[in-house]
Ligand binder design. Structure first.
Ligand code: ADP
Ligand code: MG
Length: 606
């Protein structure tokens, strides 16, 4: 089996890791049973490290813990000197900020590497095998330095970073939007803990391109927590300002506000209580969803402004027409008021088929699975990798099911006998992209017998159907008797080696010109072979009554067709056949007239 490539969402607030197992992208849970790991890092006196919930718990107990380190990835001290942060930081000699954790200095890359090491460990414990390759996501707006810093963090964690994928692209993959048609446009609304991102993507040959992106690196669930905590504090009428509270007190209120906020996603009212907030002071409040919605309104109003800007930047005039989907990403989009806003701005029900806080990680997993080959089988079973059809007159390929058709599927066509008194037709089932039957692969054949009939009179219906397991059933029916012949072809119709598919498709491109020329020639030749004897027969009947000039043109057109047949050039033959067709138009009308006259005479004579 190929090496696993794990997918990682290295988020500002939360991170997650997963892998493709048995063809399905899944996220892996840590020891605490949670698939979401807070992006929090604590370092102990002797350099031991804790990541995730346990690190956050230590903050509750007053320890210094690094959270939201992603803000500093790939940024110089000079750029961030004014920002406040949860731990002190200073400028290193190389101009990179260093963060102080328990007396030691760590860069943003080193702290992020600890989160990645932890995620790698989670994966290895769950999978019971070692992993060394990863796909990691970054925000769409991350510049080169920020992407490189993320890559470095991966390498420091012992991971070979196979690809850096932008978060909206990953989310769109998770929602399966790559299955939408070419040029489809989708919006990804991502409201996380500390950041807001809104992007419009456009699909080009299965790959998403970012048309426009906007956001706010200081806007998210944290702001809602803060607004709610402030409101709660104001309700207590202490006369003290929230901003002047001791750090630990503030943090307790914020933590409780966050819990209440999350509960209010489901409940209409929730109690907040912090016993012994201060010696004899217990905090106890009841908060309704209405209150939450009121205090968070400024936050979602800001996202609305950014959405409108990005839609304008992406050239989207009418969201109902120019946009194919909108998806929700980030834990804060679980909040009903946020969903309502997105529905209003984008004028549609947002897709909520994925967990919003897991979608980015799932997308990274899918990307990793495609790259490692773990997802190939699944992807290939979804659609027909190559066209399926049958051979028709002249050795041409007649496609019934084009390549990339989603299965299960069904298609049929009617065929007639090319030769008078033919008693049998061979249905050769072909797979491939070439115009001539002989250049495609034969999957099987079946003989359909029917009663002898004049040319073009016997009719055989052929139907292809592929079930969800990729089994192709070919049914051929003699229309006059209703007799069916059935041929079953195993999963060969959809199960084709990737490299063979590639070879077939690239050959069809390489030979496109020659193939097309041969098809045009063959079609024109079949027409010529039908036309020439018919013209001869017609002339024998009516040439006495025709103008000499017309006769001459027919003769010369006939000669041109014969010459073009010899010449084997497709376009001259096509032109010659068309000329003969035109030259005989009047003769054909005369023939019809004559036949009708004769029929009438017979009638009268009877
Ligand atoms: P990020 O992408 O910033 O790392 P996430 O997408 O995991 O973060 O979002 C984290 C935010 O989502 C936090 O502010 C958290 O409170 C919020 N959140 C998570 N679950 C819920 C919920 N059920 N209701 C409201 N907010 C939630
Ligand atoms: Mg995120």
């Amino acid at each position: 089996m190929a090496d696993d490539i794990i997918g990682i969402d290295l988020g500002t607030t939360n991170s997650a890791v997963g892998v493709v197992e048995s063809g399905f992208p899944i996220l892996l849970a840590g020891e605490d049973g949670s698939r979401i790991v807070p992006s929090a890092v604590w370092v102990g006196q002797d350099g031991d490290v804790e990541v995730g919930k346990s690190a956050l718990r230590r903050r509750g107990a007053g320890a210094q813990v690094a959270t939201s380190i992603k803000r500093f990835m790939g940024r110089r001290y000079a750029e961030v000197a004014d920002e406040d942060f949860c731990v002190p930081f200073k400028e290193q000699q190389d101009g990179v900020p260093a963060f102080e954790l328990n007396g030691g200095d760590y860069t943003a890359v080193q702290i992020s590497a600890e989160i990645l090491k932890h995620l790698k460990q989670v994966a290895e414990t769950q999978l019971e095998r070692s992993v060394s390759k990863a796909v990691i996501t970054v925000p769409a707006y991350f510049n080169d330095a920020q992407r490189n810093a993320t890559k470095q963090a991966g390498e420091l964690a012992g991971l070979e970073v196979m690809r850096i994928v932008s978060e909206p692209t990953a989310a769109a993959l998770a929602y399966g939007l790559d299955k939408l048609g070419e040029k489809s446009r989708v919006a990804v609304y991502d409201l996380g803990g500390g950041t807001f991102d809104i992007s419009v993507l456009e699909l080009h040959e299965g790959v998403f391109q970012v048309l426009a992106t906007a956001g706010d690196t200081r806007l998210g669930g944290d702001d809602i927590d803060e607004a709610l905590a402030q409101w709660c504090w104001s309700q207590l009428d202490t006369g003290e300002s929230f901003d002047n509270l001791a750090n630990q007190e503030r943090q307790r209120l914020l933590d409780e506000a966050k819990l209440v906020k999350e509960k209010l996603t489901e409940a209409d009212r929730v109690g907040l209580s912090i016993p012994f907030f201060r010696e004899n002071f217990h905090v106890s409040l009841e908060i309704t969803r209405d209150t939450l919605e009121r205090v968070m309104r400024p936050v979602i109003a800001k996202t609305e402004g950014l959405c409108r800007r990005v839609l304008a930047d992406a050239g989207i005039k009418d969201v109902e027409v120019d946009l194919n989907a909108v998806v929700l990403v980030g834990g804060s989009t679980r909040i009903p008021a946020v969903r309502d806003l997105v529905g209003r701005v984008f004028r549609r029900e947002p897709d909520s088929s994925q967990h919003p806080d897991e979608a980015v990680a799932i997308g990274a997993v899918i990307q990793g699975g495609v790259m490692s080959g773990a997802l190939r089988d699944m992807v290939l079973l979804d659609v027909t990798p190559l066209s399926l059809g049958i051979e028709t007159f002249g050795g041409l390929m007649n496609v019934l099911i084009p390549r990339n058709t989603t299965i299960p599927c069904k298609a049929g066509e009617m065929f007639t006998n090319a030769i008078a008194n033919q008693e049998m037709m061979r249905v050769r089932v072909l797979q491939g992209e070439r115009e001539m039957a002989r250049d495609n692969w034969e999957l099987g054949s079946v003989d359909v017998s029917f009663d002898p009939a004049p040319k073009g009179q016997a009719r055989v219906g052929v139907q292809f159907s592929i079930d969800e397991n990729g089994i192709l059933e070919v049914l051929a029916r003699d229309v006059s008797t209703g007799k069916d012949t059935v041929l079953e072809i195993n999963s060969a119709a959809v199960d084709v080696d990737d490299s063979d598919v590639e070879k077939m498709v690239s050959e069809s491109v390489d030979y496109a010109f020659e193939d097309m020329a041969e098809r045009i020639f063959t079609e024109a030749r079949l027409k010529a072979e039908e036309l020439l004897p018919a013209v001869e027969m017609g002339l024998a009947q009516v040439q006495d009554v025709m103008e000499p000039a017309e006769l001459e043109e027919i003769r010369s057109a006939e000669a041109a067709v014969r010459a073009a047949l010899e010449g084997r050039e497709p376009n001259p033959l096509k032109a010659a056949v068309q000329r003969l067709d035109k030259a005989t138009e009047h003769m054909a009308a005369v023939l019809v007239e004559k036949a009708m006259e004769e029929a009438l005479m017979r009638k009268l004579g009877e």
